[in-house]
Design a protein around this ligand. Structure first.
Ligand code: ATP
Ligand code: MG
Length: 335
């Protein structure tokens, strides 16, 4: 086993709404990402991917609240640090998060170099303009981005270039963990490929030590990350290597996610996607038993009766279902 860069043990967080209702968006999540490795997190809209990403930074402000669990980055437990310490010493430096809408959230009246100044000065208030510019120029060169972008405004950049620029800004301090939340979803296929290549290059040349890539498209992760974690209704429902989860999904939800996304062939338009019938449960009052039971083809009364734990299915492989692997493959018709 390689050096653990990110270790999360039993993390639970919740939103508290204006009406004082609790929304249990992240429930008992444990994961590990080793040095040089990447983890993909997949799941439908609302299953808690972005909330988990926010929670992993240990930087909580209402309506998001920490409930329990540990977040350990390169051996240091950050879960009990106060927000100011997190902001100054952890964000951007130990862990960086690129939110889903980051590229559209750039202030249009500021040049790209200004955003880089902000990130660097949050940690080193005395950094000189020249040093920041030199660092930014070198980093952009390594990443294959023209240095001229530094003096441009966000509106002057194409979608793909803007997203790659956002990634370069967010990782300027070479964080140990990078969390990219749907970084390629809004882009055309060519730009998607460039973004993914850039993230892989950053891992290879050591700018980042580990990566979490969030998407609702499970099959996309096969070419992008080493491992995959599938989330449903705030919980992990399956873990494994990307190859295992994509080609041999165990949990009925993962199986459904694989079936619900078709990769259209070139020249074929309007491919109709099959979807998983039903909707995820209300996270204000999640079901006692299996959270997927209401949508699962193979539900039995036992599934609804009590909490279903994750079960091991080999090294690094686990899933949350009462059926064993043989029974699952049999019901899927794979054996
Ligand atoms: N500010 C908030 N207050 C209350 N509930 C919230 C808030 N933000 C998100 N939620 C709820 O938390 C749950 C998880 O949302 P989250 O945004 O993490 O999902 P997601 O998997 O990232 O979805 P998407 O694919 O659409 O980005 C959802 O039920 C959502 O309604
Ligand atoms: Mg999200």
């Amino acid at each position: 086993m390689g050096r653990k860069i990110l270790e999360v043990n039993n993390l639970s967080t919740k939103y508290v709404t204006r009406f004082k209702e609790d929304v249990y968006a992240v429930n008992d999540v444990s994961l590990t990402v080793e040095e040089g490795k990447s983890l993909g997190i997949a799941g439908e809209s609302g299953c808690g991917k972005s909330t988990l990403a926010l929670s992993l930074m240990g930087y909580y402000f209402p309506p998001l609240h920490y409930v329990s669990g540990d977040i350990i980055i390169d051996g240091k437990n950050i879960s009990l640090l106060d927000p100011e310490t997190i902001r100054k010493t952890v964000l951007g430096h130990e862990i960086a998060y690129i939110p889903q809408t980051a590229m559209n959230a750039l202030n249009p009246t500021r040049k790209i170099i200004k955003f880089i100044e902000d990130v660097i000065r949050a940690h080193d208030s005395k950094a000189s303009k020249k040093d920041i510019y030199d660092l930014a120029r070198k980093r952009f060169e390594v990443l294959g981005l023209p240095a001229s972008v530094l003096n441009r405004f966000p509106v002057e950049l194409s979608g793909g270039m803007k997203q790659r620029t956002v990634i370069a800004i967010s990782t300027i301090l070479s964080p140990k963990v990078l969390i990219a939340d749907e970084p390629s979803s809004a882009l055309d296929v060519t730009s998607q490929k460039m973004v993914i290549k850039m993230l892989k290059d950053m891992m290879e040349n050591g700018i980042i030590k580990s990566m979490i890539f969030i998407t609702h498209e499970l099959p996309l992760l096969y070419n992008v990350t080493d491992d995959i974690m599938v989330m449903y209704a705030g919980q992990i429902v399956e873990n494994g290597s990307s190859h295992e989860v994509v080609f041999d999904p165990l949990h009925p939800y993962s199986k459904g996610l694989m079936g619900s996304i078709l990769v259209p062939e070139e020249g074929v338009r309007d491919v109709k996607l099959a979807s998983i019938p039903g909707t995820p449960p209300n996270l204000k009052k999640p079901p006692e038993g299996c959270r997927f039971a209401a949508r699962c083809k193979y539900t039995t009364p036992i599934c609804r009766a009590s909490k279903i734990d994750l079960r091991e299915a080999g090294e690094g492989r686990s899933y949350r279902c009462i059926l064993d692997t043989e029974e699952l493959r049999e019901v899927y018709g794979d054996v």
